[in-house]
Design a protein around this ligand. Structure first.
Ligand SMILES: [Fe+2]
Ligand SMILES: [Fe+2]
Length: 195
């Protein structure tokens, strides 16, 4: 009985766990697919649905990168230029996301905004994934990508759960603080192992 339970837990963990880079890349591919679908549809309701999905996914993605992956990257590599440029690109994307979320397909500029967002994200993803980009440098620096992957997945699930509604503000606040604390613990670990 005990043995079976342990086996099931291990199986669940191996099926779910991705290293940090695999998880972030999977997010990139998903959003790219939605951008392509947006471009190829003429249906206003489909456009509206896809834009909402894209914006929600990008908000979660930028949040987990900024809370967990980017600080760990900066700590491990001291690559300030790469880190700061990525943060500034996120800020630009978030402003456009807010405008898109406040408008809809009947707005003359809606398609143009989604297209420009897609171009911004394409550029940003390239900087993260290209040879000698952020992800390559993270791997080369020996960051604990498995531990970070677990943290990113946990925080992502938390944010998606909150966005789904039904959770009180109390749990929202405490879960955010928990993720921040876990990120700090991980940074501490990264700093120690680097010496
Ligand atoms: Fe990313
Ligand atoms: Fe990013």
């Amino acid at each position: 009985m005990r043995k079976a339970k342990r086996g099931a837990t291990a199986k669940r963990r191996s099926a779910k766990s991705q290293d940090a880079i695999a998880l972030l890349k999977a997010d990139h591919r998903q959003v790219e697919e939605w951008f392509e679908q947006f471009e190829s549809t003429r249906s206003s309701s489909r456009k509206s649905d896809l834009a909402q999905k894209i914006c929600a996914a990008l908000k979660t993605h930028t949040m987990i990168e900024e809370e967990i992956f980017y600080p760990a990257f900066l700590e491990a590599t001291e690559e300030e230029d790469i880190h700061h440029e990525a943060e500034v690109e996120h800020d630009g994307a978030k402003k456009l996301i807010a405008v898109i979320e406040a408008s809809g397909p009947d707005d003359d500029y809606f398609d143009a905004r989604v297209t420009v967002l897609s171009e911004m994200i394409k550029h940003h993803v390239k900087e993260e994934e290209q040879r000698d980009g952020m992800f390559a440098k993270a791997r080369a620096a020996g960051m604990d990508l498995n531990a970070l992957g677990e943290q990113l997945a946990a925080r992502k699930a938390e944010i998606e759960g909150e966005a789904g509604g039904g959770m009180g503000t109390r749990s929202r606040r405490s879960s955010g603080a928990g993720a921040g604390r876990r990120a700090m613990e991980l940074l501490g670990k990264g700093a120690r192992s680097a010496h």
